[in-house]
Design a protein around this ligand. Structure first.
Ligand code: 5AD
Ligand code: SF4
Length: 473
């Protein structure tokens, strides 16, 4: 049993990250253990988790299991969890209750609990003490060891908890079962060293570790060979890519090298304003296959709150960067993240956030009420704003954000956009995809367009999506 520890998770050394290429092994004892059996996986949280689940699915299929969408029919249930806010926690705890009932009926079901919540000291202890029926608890650093945990479990049927609070390595060679045949997530780095005071991620995901450029380019080339049209380069703070490698190679270099492959569309998330260089902006502007869409979290419009958040920029510096991006990248769309109700946020601080939103008129903003995370510096700060006030602030902010989302979308009415048609839409008989600027479009077209980048005329716009028809033949 190996439990996580918050003080260990905080440690950062100057040691170079180790790239391990042979750490994923499937022991003979479990090679076909899943034949004729099913796994069910539930993923909470960010794209990083979604991509981790693509790893986990491939591992399960290496063991012979097949995927099933109905939990009641499964032999293995996997919860890939998120720790970013309390409501993510609550959903998982609720789901554990449902699984317990199922396990009472079918005791041989294997239950796996992984992801960021497993990295939390309190949660792992809770699983050890109160949820003893959860069979395997593993963290974000050791997904590749899942075959070994299943092998051990089948021998002794004892709860297996292994969660490391380490800076972390880079594990190459874990297989993927990608959700889409047309667009793919590509990790370019793991972890985060920014330590924003509200955020649990640097503790749950370890230190910033950049993958080697060659490994990333090889992966993209491989995706091209397999017919993929779009890649999203993934990291908690992608602009800091390469800072931990001593090869004098940065995010601008990586973007340029990826753009020289034959991939049609390149996206990247998430950007921190602190590391966004002019060189990067120039590269994005220069290459047609780098999409003109940037997610640039501001978090707050008040300098006092930004300082307490340890965001390392002022409102003015952020606005300057925003304007530079708008000026240099034609037709760019910019979205953001905003937290309301950070400890000590006053009406005046909040008004500054509203003022920035009014000034910058984001294409989209993801808004959250601050949620204290145990072990983070912000959770120890005095917070005397009532939840009622925080909810009202969020409502007010959302109204404004929606107004600008619609206003920005209106500009697209009757225009022609390129859309990568990726799947059936929720709207009956339609297919959906995104424009280069990340606008969701429901397109009136046939199945034959799946996986293609097509010209679409926008016929109607709403706050969160648009409608369109194909105009090329
Ligand atoms: N409370 C509320 N929102 C948070 N985020 C991160 N940590 C917290 C927290 N403790 C938000 C930030 C971040 C996004 C992914 O989640 O806005 O950019
Ligand atoms: Fe969290 Fe800040 Fe790192 Fe983003 S940059 S993952 S908000 S600590």
């Amino acid at each position: 049993m190996n439990l996580p520890n918050l003080s260990d998770a905080r440690i950062r050394t100057k040691n170079r990250s180790v790239v391990k290429r042979d750490d994923y092994v499937v022991p003979d004892s479990v090679k076909n253990v899943g034949k004729g059996k099913y796994y069910f996986i539930l993923t909470y949280g960010c794209q990083m988790n979604v991509h981790d689940s693509e790893n986990i699915s491939a591992i399960m299929e290496d063991l012979g299991y097949s995927k099933v969408d109905d939990m009641d029919l499964s032999d293995v249930i996997i919860l890939n969890t998120c720790a970013i806010r309390e409501n993510a926690h609550n959903k998982v705890i609720g789901m554990l209750g449902r699984i317990k009932h199922l396990k009472e009926k079918k005791p041989n079901i294997i239950t796996v609990f992984c992801g960021c919540m497993a990295q939390e000291e309190g949660i792992s202890k809770l699983l050890r003490d109160k949820y003893k029926w959860v069979d395997i608890v593993m963290g974000t650093h050791n997904i590749h060891k899942l075959p070994l945990y299943i092998s051990d479990l089948l021998v002794d049927r004892k709860q297996e908890i292994e969660v490391f609070s380490i800076e972390g390595d880079i594990i190459e060679g874990i297989p993927f079962k990608r959700d889409s045949k047309y667009k793919a997530w590509v990790n370019i780095m793991y972890g985060c060293d920014k330590f924003c005071t509200y955020c649990i991620v640097p503790y749950t995901r370890g230190k910033q570790r950049s993958r080697l450029p060659k490994d990333i380019i090889d992966e993209v080339n491989d995706l091209v060979k397999n017919g993929y049209k779009e890649v999203t380069l993934l990291g908690q703070n992608v602009n800091a890519y390469g800072k931990d490698l001593d090869i004098n190679y940065n995010m601008a270099n990586l973007l340029e090298d990826v753009s020289k492959t034959d991939i049609s569309r390149i996206r990247f998330v998430t950007s921190h304003p602190w590391d966004f260089t002019d060189e990067m902006i120039d590269v994005i502007a220069k290459y047609d296959n780098i999409m003109p869409y940037i997610h640039l979290p501001i978090q707050s419009g008040s300098d006092r709150i930004l300082k307490l958040m340890n965001r390392r920029y002022t409102k003015e510096e952020y606005i300057e960067l925003f304007n530079k991006i708008k000026k240099k990248i034609p037709n760019v769309s910019i979205s953001t993240d905003i937290i309301v109700g950070f400890p000590s946020e006053s009406d005046d601080d909040f008004k500054e956030t509203l003022d920035v939103v009014k000034k910058l008129k984001y294409d989209l903003a993801y808004t959250f009420i601050y949620s204290p995370r145990e072990g983070t510096p912000a959770s120890k700060m005095k917070d005397d704003t009532s939840m009622d006030v925080k909810k009202k602030r969020l409502e007010k902010l959302n109204k404004l954000v929606n107004k600008y989302a619609l206003m920005n979308n209106m500009k697209y009415k009757d225009s022609i956009c390129e859309v990568l048609i990726e799947s059936e839409s929720d709207k009956k008989g339609k297919y959906m995809g995104y424009t280069d600027t990340m606008k969701l479009v429901n397109v009136d077209c046939g199945k034959e367009y799946l996986g293609q980048i097509v010209k679409v005329k926008i016929t109607d716009v709403k706050t969160w999506s648009m409608d369109g028809v194909v105009v090329n033949d």
